[in-house]
Ligand binder design. Structure first.
Ligand code: PLP
Length: 390
């Protein structure tokens, strides 16, 4: 068996159809134009931009004018939180986020604190769930915006977004949701969820990296992060990344045709894997919610086995996994998500994330489990020896 990629929440490969859709917009023929140019090259690019915007808007149940293309999920999150806070500063100085948001939101919140805003970091329970009541309790008369992710990137927990959005709307507070991880696997419709703003990213759905979008409900003001030529209705200046945007739209089109079936298939594979893993690895503890979780997400701890050591061993065996969020890897900081869920330190250190993709097979999962069982035994023995020798 070749190499096994089980890190689809970090990123996904660009689909062949997506590459083919992008190609004409890189080529010297007539597709490379600047969408702001008047000539035919520009018109061609502008038409592709418009079509892509319409497609993404329809996928989210939004209007094309409500979509702002960005350089990815990070920029969409920054624009949402910082842009809404600054635009509505006359109303107040308070922002609410959960303690398990992606760093794109958490570090935007920290920036807002440095700019004089107050931020409430709402706690989660041991499954990583936000209690809607805690949002209600945190809202005061100066609250501008609440931002709670649709699904968590590390443990896959799916938040009660409809309930939280309803509370925010009732209290006259703006509500943003980071749907970067959920869009590829769950229905994400802005009216159904009741959000004012929502972030998505292309490279999590088999599109190119460096492109994403912010949905912003019509009529809501936002302060831009970038200033320049006034593209994207003045919300995001800069020459539009037409090949990237076209690729994102094509990835979205393909996603919609397959999302339900793929998610169902991954969920069955995932559940089967977890059942076997729990039976074969002593002490394995599943992290995250047992049922309210993304269909492709596996996150567990194997006490006595360092996550990093397991990752390296898996990599040597040709298996790509993750010990936390990819964006935080390279650092040995313990996962802020698992810490916020109050997991024992031992479980935080030994957490492992496997995230399935559209092509993941049962055979790949079997092979991975075999390696996990073997490596766990070996690493545990080594720890025992070290303890005996000490
Ligand atoms: N939000 C979540 C939940 C994510 O998982 C990620 C990426 O890992 C991002 C935001 C950032 O998106 P991007 O990589 O497109 O900047």
């Amino acid at each position: 068996m070749g190499r096994i990629y089980l890190d689809h929440s970090a990123t996904t490969p660009v689909r062949t159809e997506v590459r083919e859709a992008m190609e004409p917009f890189l080529a010297e023929s007539d597709g490379f134009g600047n969408a702001s140019s008047i000539h035919s090259y520009g018109q061609h690019a502008k038409a592709a931009l418009d079509n892509s915007r319409e497609l993404l808007a329809a996928a989210l149940g939004a209007e094309p004018s409500e979509i702002t293309f960005t350089s990815g999920g990070t920029e969409a999150d920054n624009l949402a939180l910082i842009g809404l806070a600054f635009a509505h500063r006359a109303k107040g100085d308070h922002v609410i986020v959960s303690s398990i948001e992606h760093d794109a939101i958490l570090n935007s919140a920290k920036f807002l604190e440095s700019a004089g805003f107050r931020v409430t970091y709402v706690a989660v329970d041991s499954f990583g769930l936000v209690d809607p009541q805690s949002i209600s309790d945190a809202i005061d008369e100066k609250t501008i915006v609440v931002s709670i992710m649709h699904a968590n990137n590390e443990v896959g927990t799916i938040q009660p977004i409809r309930e939280i959005a309803a509370i925010a709307r009732e209290r006259g507070v703006l509500f943003h949701s980071d749907a970067v991880q959920s869009f590829g696997q769950l229905p994400v419709f802005v009216d159904d969820l009741g959000v004012h703003a929502l972030s998505v990213s292309s490279h999590k759905i088999y599109g190119p990296k460096g492109v994403g979008a912010l949905y912003l409900r019509r009529g809501i003001g936002i302060t831009p992060l970038l200033y320049g030529g006034g593209q994207e209705r003045d919300r995001r200046s800069g020459t539009e990344n037409i090949p990237g945007i076209v690729g994102f739209a094509e990835a979205t089109r393909l996603l919609l045709a397959e999302r339900d079936a793929n998610s169902e298939r991954m969920q069955v594979l995932r559940n089967g894997f977890l059942q076997k893993a729990t039976a074969q690895i002593e002490g394995l503890r599943i992290n995250g919610h047992p049922t309210r979780r993304l269909p492709n997400n596996i996150n567990f701890s194997v006490p006595g086995v360092e996550g990093e050591a397991m990752l390296l061993n898996l990599d040597i065996a040709g298996i790509a996994a993750s010990s936390g969020s990819a964006c935080a890897s390279g650092s040995i900081e313990p996962s802020h998500v698992l810490l916020a869920m109050n997991l024992p330190a031992e479980c935080v250190r030994s957490a492992l994330r496997l995230t399935l993709g559209r092509k993941t097979t049962e055979a790949e999962l079997y092979a991975t489990l075999e390696t996990l069982v073997r490596t766990t035994q070996r690493l545990r023995q080594m720890t025992d020896h070290t303890l005996t020798a000490a």
